[in-house]
Design a protein around this ligand. Structure first.
Ligand code: PEP
Ligand code: MG
Length: 315
């Protein structure tokens, strides 16, 4: 109420022609929810649950998790909240879950692979989410990280639905899942593209390693083509595909992502204002032209340049 009396209300994300592009928040804990709402987040596109697990020697109890998820969902009445189940791996190892001695943690037992090997942890998390969902009236969506096969998609969505999850989806952050998105999205209710890992795995370049940091550029047409393929897989099945990696926070790249077929964009709340403003300067036709220009480039720098040129032609 403090700010609402004096400042204009923040409008929902949309293109210049009125096409809605819901702008969502990436959150790492429920404490960030209030600020996200203040900055105009229309919901949560990625709630990372690792924080609940990383701080303790044992897995948190169902009760501890239920309390945290309830606090989050209560901050978004009637709004979409996408919660990602635990994404642990040897890069952020949990004593009770991971073998910390893998030589290539990013390629090891992480995400859904680790959860599957310790299914009790996944079942407890789904129990806590279902309980929090019942006690609140947000629109809860639940997704699994590091999905790389159709079979894993089937495994996760079947299990999640057993616990009463109404909207069960997957993260697309491994090229194999992007390439088979038409099959993955025949089963999953939605997909959210994690551009950080998708870029890492497209270039086989560790996203945490400074010496190969130059590869970590989501503007690269190799990544854009995988994003496009994923969006087409969603379209073929009538399922929404959103973006929740850092790429969505770059205003011009956000236009490209919408042009490639992304239905929603999720980002750090502080990035919402700039992305909202830039989307409002482009129609859907503009966005498609800007995306096409980036998609046909040969490298990241030319994709950026081509998108910039195509974007200024639309003004
Ligand atoms: C991603 O990989 O893009 C993503 C959103 O997940 P995280 O950064 O948590 O791996
Ligand atoms: Mg990821």
């Amino acid at each position: 109420a403090r700010a609402a009396a004096t400042s204009a209300p923040i409008t929902p994300g949309a293109l210049a022609d009125g096409t809605p592009v819901p702008l969502l928040a990436n959150l790492g804990n429920a404490a960030g929810a209030a600020q996200a709402v203040e900055l105009g987040a229309e919901g949560v596109g990625l709630f990372r649950t690792e924080f609940l697990f990383l701080s303790s020697a044992n897995a948190p109890t169902v009760e501890q998790q239920r309390a945290a998820y309830t606090e989050l969902l209560q901050a978004f009445p009637g709004k979409k909240v996408v919660v990602r189940v635990l994404d642990a791996g040897a890069d952020k190892p949990l004593a009770f879950l991971n073998d910390a001695h893998e030589e290539n943690p990013a390629l090891g037992l992480r995400g859904i692979r680790a959860l599957r090997a310790s299914e009790d942890i996944l079942r407890e998390q789904l129990t806590a989410l279902a309980e929090a969902d019942k006690a609140t009236d947000a629109d809860l969506w639940v997704m699994a990280p590091m999905i790389s096969t159709v079979e894993e998609t089937e495994y996760f969505t079947t299990l999640a639905r057993e616990y009463g999850v109404k909207t069960a989806g997957v993260m697309v952050e491994v090229p194999a899942a992007a390439l088979l998105a038409d099959k993955v999205l025949a089963i999953a209710d939605f997909a959210s593209i994690g551009t950080n890992d998708l870029t890492q795995y497209t270039f086989a370049a560790d996203r945490l390693l400074g010496s190969v940091a130059a590869f970590q550029d989501p503007w690269h047409p190799a990544v854009l083509r995988l994003i496009h393929e994923t969006a087409l897989g969603g379209k073929a099945n009538g399922k929404p595909v959103g973006i929740c990696g850092e790429a969505a926070a770059d205003p011009l790249l956000a236009v490209v992502l919408v042009g490639l077929g992304a239905a929603t964009l999720s980002m750090a709340p502080t990035a919402l204002a700039d992305v909202r403003a830039t989307l409002l300067q482009h129609t859907l036709d503009d966005a498609r032209r800007v995306a096409e220009a980036a998609l046909s480039a040969a490298d990241a720098a030319s994709a950026r340049e081509a998108a910039r040129a195509a974007s200024s032609n639309t003004d």
